[in-house]
Ligand binder design. Structure first.
Ligand code: CA
Ligand code: CA
Length: 150
């Protein structure tokens, strides 16, 4: 009994890397598997379990506790959060060990150009002050009247 506990202590679980770093586009689809971490023991391969122990703001990421596969669970937004630093834990019931995953959210041009229409209107108004587009306005008004007459 004592020997078996001692054996397990000699073979702690450890991650393949001390730190992982990945870049993810902010428009990545939900459930995208962006990284697979792996922890091992020197001894017999018992069931290693994985979890995210900290850094998972709003639970944006999930990890499969049996495989170490990391997924995007919620939409990312570069304009709100550009970096995550996850702390992952692996345990084999006897020992626990940690690794860090740095996630860089990459900017994508995901904001529609909503300013286009209003700037066009402003331009007409400014030109109207110089007297130039009054003809345009009159033409529009004439068209409108014609439409009403028909
Ligand atoms: Ca965005
Ligand atoms: Ca963006």
């Amino acid at each position: 009994m004592m020997f078996r506990v001692a054996d397990k202590k000699d073979y702690p679980v450890y991650f393949e890397k001390v730190i992982y770093e990945v870049d993810i586009d902010e428009n990545v689809e939900i459930n995208h598997n962006f990284l697979n971490v792996s922890a091992k023991t020197h001894g017999e391969a018992s069931g290693v379990r994985y979890k995210i122990s900290s850094g998972n703001i709003d639970n944006v990421f999930v990890i499969r506790n049996t495989t170490g596969a990391l997924y995007v669970a919620k939409a990312l937004d570069y304009e709100k959060i550009k970096k995550y630093e996850l702390r992952l834990a692996a345990s084999d019931n006897f020992k626990e060990n940690y690794t860090t995953v740095l996630i860089n959210v990459c900017d994508v041009n995901d904001n529609p150009p909503v300013f286009e229409k209003s700037s066009y209107r402003t331009q007409i108004t400014e030109e109207d002050d110089r007297g130039l587009p009054k003809r345009v306005l009159r033409a529009l008004a004439t068209n409108h009247v014609d439409t009403v007459d028909q």
